[in-house]
Ligand binder design. Structure first.
Ligand code: C5P
Length: 217
C-alpha cells in the first residue's frame, strides 16, 4: 500500500489550456491536454492529500479529487485565488493564455472579406506570479513549457515568479503537450537543476510529489 506522505495537505492544482473567447463559437487556446495536471491531482490524492483540481480539460471522473471546471484565465485566476489562503500547496500545471480578446463578440463574427480580420488582445493576469508575490505559508509550484532555451527560460520564471519549484518541460514536435510521457527537470531555488528520467506522466507525478514532500519535511 502507498504511504500517505501528503496526508493533511490541502493542494490546489490547475490543468489544461485556457480558452479565451473570440465570439460564442470561437476561442483562442493551446495544445495543453491537462494530462500532467490530472496525473498530479490523482497522485496527490493517492498520497493522502485533499486535492482540488481547477481545470479546462474534459475529465473522466476523478473519484478522490474535487474538480472545478473553468474556461478562461480570468476564471482560473478567480478560482485559484479564492482557495489560496486555505491551501498548503498550489501547483500551476495549466497552460494559461497570456492574452485574451479585448472585447469578445456576443454574436458569431461574420466574414470580413479580403481585408482580413484583426482581433485586439489584452494581457491576462499572471496567476503564478501573483501567488508567488502573495504567498505566506504556501508552497507554490509552476511549470515552464518551452520549445527552446528550456532551462534558461525556466530559471528566469522560477526567480521572477517567486516559485518554490519550477518544473521545466520541453514541448513541440511530439513532446510534452498531449503526450502520455514527459521529460522534466526540477528547478529549486539556489540549487543545481535536477533532471528526472523520461517517464509516464503518471509515474512522474508520483516522483514530483515525493520530492516536494521531502523538501517540506
Ligand atoms: O510565463 P509562462 O506562461 O511560461 O509560465 C508558465 C507558468 O506560469 C505555469 O505554471 C503557468 O500555469 C503559469 N501562468 C500563470 N498565469 C499566466 C501565465 C502562466 O499562472 N497568465
Amino acid at each position: 500500500p502507498q504511504q500517505a506522505y501528503l496526508a493533511g495537505q490541502k493542494i490546489v492544482i490547475t490543468a489544461g489550456g485556457t480558452r479565451e473567447r473570440i465570439d460564442p463559437v470561437r476561442y483562442l487556446t493551446n495544445d495543453s491536454s491537462g494530462k500532467m495536471g490530472t496525473a498530479l491531482a490523482n497522485a496527490a490524492a493517492a498520497a493522502g492529500a485533499e486535492v482540488e483540481l481547477i481545470t479546462t480539460a474534459q475529465q473522466l471522473t476523478l473519484p478522490q479529487v474535487k474538480v472545478t471546471a473553468v474556461q478562461t484565465a480570468s476564471e482560473m485566476a478567480t478560482a485559484v485565488q479564492s482557495r489560496f489562503e486555505a491551501a498548503d500547496i498550489v501547483l500551476m500545471a495549466a497552460a494559461v493564455a497570456d492574452y485574451r480578446p479585448a472585447a469578445p463578440a456576443d454574436h458569431k463574427l461574420k466574414k470580413q472579406g479580403a481585408a482580413g480580420l484583426t482581433i485586439d488582445l489584452v494581457q491576462n493576469p499572471d496567476i503564478l506570479a501573483q501567488l508567488g508575490n502573495a504567498k505566506t505559508h504556501q508552497f507554490v509550484v509552476g511549470f515552464a513549457a518551452e520549445t527552446n532555451d528550456l532551462l534558461a527560460n525556466a530559471q528566469t520564471k522560477l526567480t521572477k515568479k517567486h516559485a518554490d519549484l519550477l518544473i521545466a518541460n520541453p514541448v513541440g514536435s511530439g513532446l510534452g503537450f498531449n503526450a502520455d510521457n514527459n521529460t522534466v527537470t526540477l528547478l529549486w531555488p539556489n540549487a543545481a537543476p535536477e533532471p528526472l528520467p523520461t517517464a509516464s506522466k503518471i509515474a512522474l507525478a508520483q516522483t514530483i510529489w515525493q520530492k516536494i514532500a521531502q523538501v517540506r519535511a
